[in-house]
Design a protein. Structure first.
Ligand SMILES: [Zn+2]
Length: 294
């Protein structure tokens, strides 16, 4: 009697073409083929070269807030179409299409939560929603996030990712620059910290307002940050632009940013900054690296 019987199954030829296309992703920087699940666990940072791929808005909420602490606010706000704007297609249709794809209905998620136990008001822009463009809803949501910070006396954090003001709302989108800046000025008067986190890309009217108004302006490595595009600038000043112009590292060197932080260390670094600004005691980490950081 055979104790062990080898099952006579035919070997199945592993056919890579059968793999679903969304299992692998190629790093745009080093070309390494990455397992998407691993990349997700690593907050969309390439484990080989540390290139920062785009992280979704809800990804940033998960990255920065303590598990289960985030409560989304003003989710129901929707853009009106005051100009009845039509470019390649009507703005209304564009909005409806973007809404169908998005879980949050607009280009920003706002709410409250805690970051390493520190209560915060948080706003995160969503680049996948019409290029993270700042329309009246984005401005209103972020301004309300600032007002909640004022009311509850908590710090405000805004993660920016944007192509700038939403041109389909014309002057109404530009007015958001003043509206958000006014709330930030109030926070400043009240001595409440506002930390701006700039991610790739942060441009146009967003850079020209709240993204650059942080008490501390933090960026991710390699992020494109600017106001006008390089070609427009070159044509205006009639000079060739230096290498790396409008990248986070260049801006840090020229005093436009306070720090560049790897996304994987972002939460810990922000907690350190917030504790310092709020006058809370520093938390010692295992290696004692927090020593002297207060
Ligand atoms: Zn890479």
């Amino acid at each position: 009697m055979a104790w062990f019987r080898k099952p006579k199954t035919r070997l199945q030829a592993a056919d890579r073409r059968d793999l679903p296309g969304d299992v692998w992703e190629k790093c745009p920087n080093c070309g390494e083929i990455l397992y998407r699940e691993k990349l997700k666990e690593n907050w969309q940072v390439c484990p080989t070269c540390a290139h920062h791929l785009r992280l979704s808005a809800s990804g940033y909420v998960a990255l920065l807030t303590d598990e289960g602490s985030f409560r989304e606010m003003d989710r129901e706000l929707r853009s009106a179409d005051p100009l009845q704007f039509v470019d390649l297609k009507p703005y209304r249709e564009r909005l409806a299409a973007a809404e169908r794809k998005s879980a949050h209905g607009e280009a920003a998620i706002t709410g409250e939560g805690t970051l390493e136990g520190i209560p915060i008001s948080l706003g995160v822009m969503d680049f996948s929603f019409i290029g993270g463009s700042m329309g009246s809803v984005v401005g209103e949501k972020l301004a309300r996030a600032g007002l909640r910070a004022l009311e509850k006396r908590t710090p405000l954090l805004i993660v920016s990712a944007s192509g700038g003001a939403r041109m389909m709302e014309g002057i109404f989108s530009l007015m958001q620059m003043a509206k958000t800046s006014a709330v930030l000025a109030q926070m400043n008067e009240e001595g409440l910290p506002y930390v701006s986190i700039l991610t790739d890309p942060t441009t146009g009217g967003v850079t020209a307002s709240y993204a650059m108004l942080g008490d501390v302006n933090v960026s991710e490595p390699g992020a494109l940050i600017g106001f006008a595009g390089p070609r427009v600038i070159e044509q205006t000043i009639k000079q060739e632009l230096p290498e790396g112009f409008q990248r986070a590292e260049f801006l840090l060197e020229h005093g436009m940013l306070d720090m560049i932080t790897d996304r994987r260390a972002m939460k810990t670094e922000l907690a350190r900054v917030l504790r310092h600004m709020l006058g809370l005691p520093a938390v010692e980490d295992f290696a004692g690296a927090a020593e002297g950081s207060a």
